[in-house]
Design a protein around this ligand. Structure first.
Ligand SMILES: Nc1ncnc2c1ncn2[C@@H]1O[C@H](COP(=O)(O)OP(=O)(O)OP(=O)(O)O)[C@@H](O)[C@H]1O
Ligand SMILES: [Mg+2]
Length: 226
């Protein structure tokens, strides 16, 4: 489904040049659950944001199906993101002024092509993550675990091809972290393709494959032992 070819990402600011990704090649097949690990600053978020087209590589190709996204115009990328991708962040990124169901509905906001009733889809997404009883609450009235489950509902409500999660359990205690991992595993079991950055070896073990990064490179790739 996805192929990164020789991706490089350099940041240049005030004559300081940082190379965040070097010679990154990566294939992600449909239905995979891939964990990305590595020390702070090694390029994990840059790689995830590249997959999410939030960050554009300095050079290289990003094939999604048969399209090279590295060469696509920003306007088309925005449409692509809205239709195909779902994002989950460490800090939830819910909008404080909107209720939980309104936040989740934002996952459909830029979609003109979704089938079915939008309210039904929001309700179904809330059921999937067990947050329906908090639909009319605001984010600050929810626990961290509940907020992250709501954020996952927002990510999946549009039925994305690919779910990208950057340290989704990073701000959660053990019990809530496990719950989020169980939800991601269930989504993967029902067909979702997931790429997740994590610092937790046990959470990485719940993925089907793990890659390790160091200094902007992928240095190891291993399938989970079954
Ligand atoms: N906007 C930016 N401008 C300049 N350098 C950046 C920028 N964003 C990231 N970098 C640099 O790119 C490198 C990779 O950063 P990245 O955020 O991908 O690391 P990470 O592996 O996600 O780390 P962490 O585990 O701390 O989240 C770092 O050296 C970082 O300082
Ligand atoms: Mg990061």
């Amino acid at each position: 489904m996805i192929k990164l070819e020789n991706i490089e990402r350099r940041y240049i600011s005030d004559e300081v040049e940082t190379t965040a990704l070097v010679g990154v090649n990566l294939d992600v097949a449909e239905g995979e659950f891939l964990a990305i690990m590595g020390p702070s600053g090694c390029g994990k978020s840059t790689l995830l944001n590249t997959l999410g087209t939030i960050d554009r590589p300095t050079s290289g190709h990003y094939w999604f199906a048969d399209t090279d996204l590295a060469a696509m115009a920003e306007k088309d990328l925005a449409r692509f993101r809205a239709a195909r991708l779902g994002f989950v962040f460490q800090s939830f990124n819910l909008i404080d002024e909107l209720t939980i169901e309104e936040n989740i509905a934002l996952g459909l906001a830029y979609r003109k092509d979704v089938s079915g009733n939008k309210a039904d889809r929001v309700a179904a997404a809330m059921d999937t993550v067990g947050i329906a009883h908090r639909a009319r609450h605001f984010p600050h009235q929810l626990s961290g675990g509940q907020q992250q489950r709501a954020a996952i509902a927002r990510a999946i409500v549009g039925d994305p091809k690919l779910i990208l999660a950057d340290e989704p359990t990073g701000n959660l205690d053990t019990a809530n972290g496990e719950q989020v991992m169980d939800i991601l595993s269930a989504l993967n079991a029902s067909g979702a393709t997931i790429v997740m950055v994590t610092h937790s070896p046990s959470h990485a073990d719940m993925a089907k494959r793990r890659i390790d990064m160091l200094d902007g490179r992928i240095v190891a790739s291993a399938m989970r032992a079954i």
